[in-house]
Design a protein around this ligand. Structure first.
Ligand SMILES: [Fe+2]
Length: 430
């Protein structure tokens, strides 16, 4: 529930701050603030107050992590951080005037703090030590760190490879490259097209594939670095083109097609270990195995790392929501990859990837024989295990139960919406 309420509140706050910043329609701003007030009332209905906090690039509603909302409202998260707001405490009966002040503050059009006392800032934020860090959450911190590293590249326009390498080392240290945890985290973090999240997902998936292929640590680091930076050229592509809900126009498309060269040039301008291979991967990741794609292939074949990153890139793109199409299930993504084996992708690597993920990769939501819904969490060592997330009579379990899926009859795979559960919050119970 909290994920949904948190999202509603963030959406309303985002609308209100946009309306307040847009001075030409006062009526629209009043409506947007009223809608925000409505969202707050629902949020505080139980306990009379609620606190939204930001800890390490993740939103929390009281102590509950808002995994999806942190991805979906990434821009809001950055704005709040920029305004040094770590927590927003909302009281029952929050006034329109306090909420309008909050919206104006978030929009950056005013410095006035809400004065009425019904919206309080930075009063009861959480610290990292307040959070229960469960095994999978170990990866969340380096995940956030990697996001920050990429944000810095876009902010300053230059690249410090040492910083990016430190992010990759941190990911490896905390268990990235473990195929199941990496795929699981990548799957729940991919519900919005945000270049940074996509880049970290591709990094996790590429390293998992590298580990599965038997790479040594040194190779893993360079592969991770290259994967994390593969789309760094996109930060120079107009944001509007990337978020365009329709198909791209010619000019936008031409711009998007330049991102491999832009990325390679940005990486070459930096110096550090692995620079050259990372530049090659940035340049080559949209070249297909048959030589088509972009830019034009220079030479006989692309680098092994480019071919690995291309697979991780596609897998994450297919399983992610895009403004112009819904996300597809992990199993459907495997089918698309398999169809492209030998033309778009390296056949041996596709085989390896599917061997690593199993038929239903971690993050898949499946309906099993007795009508229960499970989320696959682990497919390593030839076995398959998961969590029961919904009972046979449709009830969403607040404490998902572990289940061995090796000998369980599978009826169908479900999309997140069909399953009626939030995979992000399911991870909290692991
Ligand atoms: Fe790309």
């Amino acid at each position: 529930m909290s994920e949904l309420l948190g999202k509603n509140f963030l959406q309303a706050l985002s609308n209100a701050s946009r309306s307040v910043a847009n001075a030409d329609s006062e009526a629209a701003a009043t409506d947007a603030v009223a809608a925000l007030q409505g969202a707050v009332e629902v949020l505080v209905v139980g306990s009379g107050e609620a606190t939204l906090s930001i800890v390490e690039d993740t939103f929390y509603l009281d102590r509950k992590m808002l995994a999806h909302a942190s991805t979906a409202f990434d821009a809001m998260l950055s704005e709040l951080k920029e305004r040094k707001i770590d927590s927003i405490t909302l009281m029952r009966g929050a006034t329109a005037s306090d909420l309008a002040d909050l919206a104006a503050l978030v929009a950056g059009v005013s410095d006035d703090l809400p004065a009425g006392g019904t919206v309080r800032l930075n009063e009861s934020g959480l610290s990292p030590s307040d959070l229960d860090v469960r095994p999978l959450h170990d990866l969340r911190r380096p995940y956030s760190f990697s996001l920050d590293t990429l944000r810095e590249v876009s902010r300053y326009g230059s690249l410090h490879l040492d910083g990016v390498m430190a992010a990759v080392d941190d990911l490896i240290e905390r268990g990235a490259a473990d195929a199941s945890s990496s795929m699981l985290l990548a799957t729940v973090q991919n519900h919005h097209e945000v270049t940074y999240y996509h880049s970290v997902n591709v990094c996790l998936l590429s390293m998992a594939l590298g580990r599965f292929a038997g790479f040594e640590r040194d190779q893993m680091r360079i592969l991770g670095l290259a994967a994390l930076l593969h789309d760094v050229g996109r930060v120079v592509v107009d944001e509007a083109a990337l978020r365009n809900p329709g198909r791209l126009g010619n000019e936008e498309w031409a711009q998007v097609r330049l991102h491999p060269q832009e990325g390679a040039a940005t990486i070459m301008a930096a110096s550090g270990a692995g620079q050259e291979i990372a530049a090659i991967v940035a340049l080559e990741h949209h070249i297909r195995i048959d030589g088509s794609g972009y830019p034009e292939l220079n030479g006989s074949e692309t680098h092994l790392f480019s071919r690995m990153v291309a697979i991780a890139d596609s897998y994450d793109a297919i399983t992610s929501f895009r403004p112009y199409r819904p996300a597809r299930t992990p199993n459907e993504a495997l089918r698309v990859l398999l169809e492209g084996a030998g033309t778009a992708y390296d056949t041996d690597l596709i085989r390896l990837f599917i061997q690593m993920t199993g038929e239903y990769p971690p993050g898949s939501l499946l309906k099993i024989g007795d009508g229960r819904v499970v989320m696959v969490t682990d497919t390593s060592h030839g076995s398959r295990s998961g969590l029961v997330v919904r009972s046979a009579d449709g009830e969403v379990l607040s404490e998902p139960e572990p289940i061995d899926l090796s000998d369980v009859e599978l009826l169908s795979q479900l999309m997140v919406e069909e399953a009626g559960v939030d995979p992000g919050s399911m991870l909290e119970s692991m």
